[in-house]
Structures are given as structure tokens and as C-alpha cells.
Design a protein around this ligand. Structure first.
Ligand code: DUC
Ligand code: ZN
Ligand code: ZN
Length: 493
């Protein structure tokens, strides 16, 4: 076997040119790691050529570059399928992150593919929406990306034609809301599901019942309860339960696959499980802030709780346990970040002034960079689920369910998106140590064991030991020619 003890000086081509062996067999070999593949953990080497995984085995010949992975896990790059980037919120507020800052942050945390949103503005043709977001991503993205098309206005010219064309072009997921000022009413939801079935797209849903929320919110405001702590009460768990159940029934009725975003409650997960048992084409995700935080985080002095405000809100310890159980059982298929970045200042959380009411505060927390270390710690380091399950829910399943071609697994022919994880490194998050543009870390003070040491995107190192080597515009759009989540009536041929 090649001795790679002296190879530390050529671990990234951006800085140091490695020795160019005549007739090197591969562009890059990552040697002696615990390689997590879909078939289990392989002790050995991973070879890369032309940005793709060439082989997994041992005793490979020379490569132009070598990386020693002794004592490290070699895992597929993270696939985060739910992140808001350079996007206008329902409240008319621009996210704090551009594609450049968001994807830098993602890569620093071990994520190499992201699906963000191309969000239709009121009255806007879908073709224009996509053009706008494509331009933003092309300018800034440093990891690979795709878009969910957020549908907010079905009355625009050429809606059905544009939708069919965009889906056929590889934009195979749609996003709809049942709440906020961009919500669709039931007849419109049914129409979107029907169109999606016709053109082969997955429909992602933010499922909370708007009327239940409005009633709870108005009662709180009338009683003078306006603090961030009151946000959790303003979005009763029944709002999620009702909307999740209704969306599951719609998916079942029309035989159209849906993905329920950010499940936060035990009953929401149970509704998903019941629908799946009936054979309904229903999938669901949750997020680290539901698995690892409770609504206690909103109880901060003054307005500080705003930093943790998201919708649906964090719930109870009982819900946390139920969500972990649902992940274990496969009811929930994946964990996304729902990265929704707003600064804790007048540009973001405090846009309505220094003392806003809870309903005037933008929802969301940053999560692209912390999703994987938090879950590696919870699943791998604490020994609850193990490295295969970690890769499954953070990379393989998200890539498969959303049809992200060549992403999500370490197998020959797949894109060489690889992360070396140091299982022994322990880090305590600080106040502002993330690489996004948010300026605070909601996980400040939390200690995680297990840390991404090196991140490789299509064969090129974009992060090594905390140093970033990505280049704006080098992230590539990911084609999605077809989905794994087909209606039952359609086949996979
Ligand atoms: N809730 C949303 O609906 N979107 C972004 C973030 C959040 O908390
Ligand atoms: Zn949402
Ligand atoms: Zn979201």
C-alpha cells in the first residue's frame, strides 16, 4: 500500500501542486479510511477520476493527489434539501445570505449539495422566477444546487405551460404553503397536485392550518401577550396535525407524492405513518431544531428568544423522542436544515423595531453549517444510530427522494462529493463562528464530538481544516431527470 504519511502537503490542489507521477492511475486517492458506502463500511481507499468516484477498494496505484484518511470516516457530502437562500420572505424581508455566503457556510459544515427555493413573486410568470434565481445561484454558488419552485400565484399567464416546461427541464420539486400570506387554498392545492402528477414533480408542503394559527395569534395579541415566548402558543400543534392529515389525504386521493416539510410534533409524525400504512405516497422530513431543541429556547431575556423563532415552533421533549423514533422507523426519511437566515438587527429579526411583537419577527434560524455536526454527534458519536444511518438521512435519502443525479452516496460513477470526518474532534460552538451572514449561532455553547476535516466537491477540496477554498460560481446546477417518488400508477421504466 502506498505510504501516505508524507502526503499532508498536497491535500488540496488549489494551494500546492502535488507530485505528478507519470501515468497516475487516478486524479485523487483517499487512503485508509472507514468509507461509508450504501453497502456498509469499507476499510480502505476511495479513488477519484474526472470528478467522479472511480473505485472503492484497497492498494490502489498512484494518484496525482493523495489524502490520508487514517482514523477518519469517509462519507458522502451532505445533501441539504431545504434551505432559504437569497430569497424574499412572506413578510417581504430579504434573507441575510446570498448564494455565496450560504454555500460557503454549507461547505464549512460538510454539505456539498443544496436545494433552495425559486420563490414566485405575486403576479410573476414562473419562467421569470426561475431566471431570477438561476442568475443569483450562478453568480455565487460554491456547492452544487437545485431549486424547489415555490408556487404562490396560479393565476399568472402561461402558468401550466411554464410549470410543465420547467419540470421537464429538471426542476422536479414544487413547494406550496397552507399558511402565511402566500398560502394556497384547498382547490389550488388539489390543482397543483394534479399538475404535478401529470408532469412528474414532487410537491413539498409547509403544512400548518392558517385559521387555527390566526385564532390563537389574535387571542394572544388581544391579551397583550406579544413576546417571543408566545410564538410557540400562537402556532398550536393542532395546526400542524390538521394540515398534515389533510395533505396526506389529498396525496392519497390523487395518488400524487408529497413531501411534508419540518414535522415538529408526535401526532404529525403519527399522521404521516398512518398515511404511509394506507399506501399513500407520503414522505416527510424533520430538522435539527426539532430533534435537539424544545420551546424552552424561546424563554430568553428580553427579545433574545427571537433568535430561535421558527415555524412550526420547537415543541416538547416528548415530541423530540417521537421524532427520533420516527426517523429510526423510516416514517421520517431525512433531516434538512430549513436554513432561514435573518440577522438579529434591523435588517432581519428586528425589522419592526427593537421591541417587536412575535408576529412581526421573521421566522427561521441558520442551519446549513450546523446540521451535520449536530447529527454526527447525536447519531454517530453518541452511538445511537451509527454512521450508515447518519449518511442515509443526511445525504443518501435526500438525494434519492429528490432525484439529485449522481449525488448522495459513495459508489463508483457518483460525483466525488466526499467528507472526511474526524470522529474524535470536539468543538464547542461560539457566538459567531459560522460562515454565513447571520451574525449569531443558535447553537452557541453546545459541544459536538465529530467534525468535518476536509470537504471535496466533485474531486476538488473546498474546505480543509477550517480553511475554505471554494470559488463563487463553481457550484453546478444538479439535473433531476426523474424522481424515485413516483405515483403508484406510474412505473419507473
Ligand atoms: N418557517 C418557514 O415557514 N420558513 C422559513 C423558516 C421558518 O421558520
Ligand atoms: Zn416552512
Ligand atoms: Zn423552509
Amino acid at each position: 500500500m502506498h505510504d501516505c504519511k508524507n502526503t499532508a502537503s498536497f491535500t488540496h490542489q488549489a494551494l500546492v501542486k502535488g507530485p505528478l507521477w507519470m501515468g497516475a492511475d487516478f486524479d485523487l486517492v483517499i487512503r485508509d479510511g472507514h468509507i461509508v458506502t450504501p453497502k456498509g463500511v469499507v476499510e480502505g481507499d476511495l479513488a477519484i477520476t474526472g470528478g467522479r468516484i472511480a473505485e472503492i477498494g484497497s492498494n490502489f496505484g498512484h494518484a496525482t493527489r493523495e489524502i490520508s484518511a487514517a482514523g477518519k470516516y469517509v462519507m458522502p457530502g451532505g445533501v441539504d434539501v431545504h434551505a432559504h437562500i437569497e430569497q424574499m420572505s412572506g413578510m417581504g424581508l430579504m434573507n441575510a445570505d446570498t448564494f455565496e455566503t450560504a454555500t460557503r457556510s454549507a461547505a464549512m459544515g460538510g454539505t456539498t449539495s443544496v436545494i433552495s427555493f425559486a420563490a414566485q413573486a405575486g403576479g410573476q410568470r414562473l419562467s421569470q422566477t426561475l431566471c431570477d434565481y438561476e442568475a443569483r445561484a450562478k453568480r455565487g454558488a460554491m456547492i452544487d444546487y437545485a431549486f424547489h419552485l415555490t408556487l404562490t400565484d396560479l393565476s399568472v399567464p402561461s402558468f401550466e405551460e411554464d410549470l410543465a416546461n420547467l419540470v421537464a427541464a429538471g426542476h422536479r420539486s414544487l413547494k406550496i404553503f397552507t399558511t402565511y400570506n402566500i398560502q394556497l387554498r384547498d382547490p389550488e392545492v388539489l390543482k397543483v397536485l394534479t399538475l404535478a402528477r401529470r408532469c412528474g414533480a414532487l410537491v413539498c408542503v409547509h403544512a400548518e392550518n392558517d385559521a387555527i394559527i390566526a385564532r390563537a395569534k389574535n387571542a394572544l395579541l388581544a391579551a397583550g401577550k406579544t413576546a417571543p415566548q408566545d410564538h410557540a402558543t400562537s402556532r398550536p400543534r393542532m395546526a400542524e396535525i390538521e394540515a398534515v392529515e389533510r395533505m396526506c389525504r389529498f396525496a392519497e386521493h390523487l395518488d400524487q407524492p408529497i413531501m411534508l416539510f419540518h414535522i415538529s410534533t408526535e401526532e404529525g409524525a403519527a399522521a404521516v405513518q398512518a398515511a404511509q400504512r394506507r399506501g399513500a405516497p407520503v414522505w416527510a422530513e424533520t430538522c435539527p431544531h426539532y430533534l435537539l431543541m424544545t420551546d424552552e429556547v424561546l424563554n430568553q431575556p428580553g427579545i433574545e428568544g427571537a433568535k430561535f423563532m421558527c415555524s412550526p415552533p420547537q415543541r416538547s421533549a416528548v415530541d423530540q423522542a417521537a421524532l427520533w423514533h420516527a426517523l429510526d422507523a423510516g416514517t421520517l426519511s431525512l433531516v434538512s436544515s430549513d436554513h432561514a437566515p435573518y440577522r438579529f438587527d434591523a435588517s432581519g429579526k428586528l425589522s419592526a423595531g427593537p421591541n417587536p411583537r412575535f408576529d412581526e419577527i421573521a421566522n427561521g434560524l441558520p442551519g446549513l453549517e450546523t446540521r451535520l455536526p449536530l447529527l454526527f454527534d447525536a447519531m454517530v458519536s453518541r452511538g445511537t444510530q451509527g454512521p450508515e444511518a447518519f449518511c442515509q438521512i443526511t445525504s443518501t435519502m435526500p438525494a434519492q427522494l429528490y432525484g439529485l443525479k449522481n449525488k448522495g452516496a459513495l459508489s463508483p460513477g457518483m460525483d466525488a462529493d466526499v467528507v472526511l470526518w474526524d470522529p474524535d474532534k470536539t468543538v464547542t460552538y461560539g457566538a459567531d463562528d459560522l460562515h454565513d451572514n447571520v451574525g449569531y449561532n443558535p447553537w452557541e455553547g453546545r459541544t459536538v464530538k465529530g467534525w468535518p476535516e476536509q470537504v471535496v466537491l466533485r474531486g476538488k477540496t473546498v474546505m480543509h481544516k477550517g480553511e475554505f477554498f471554494g470559488v463563487a460560481g463553481e457550484g453546478a446546477w444538479i439535473d433531476r431527470p426523474e424522481l424515485a417518488t413516483k405515483p403508484k400508477g406510474l412505473t419507473n421504466e
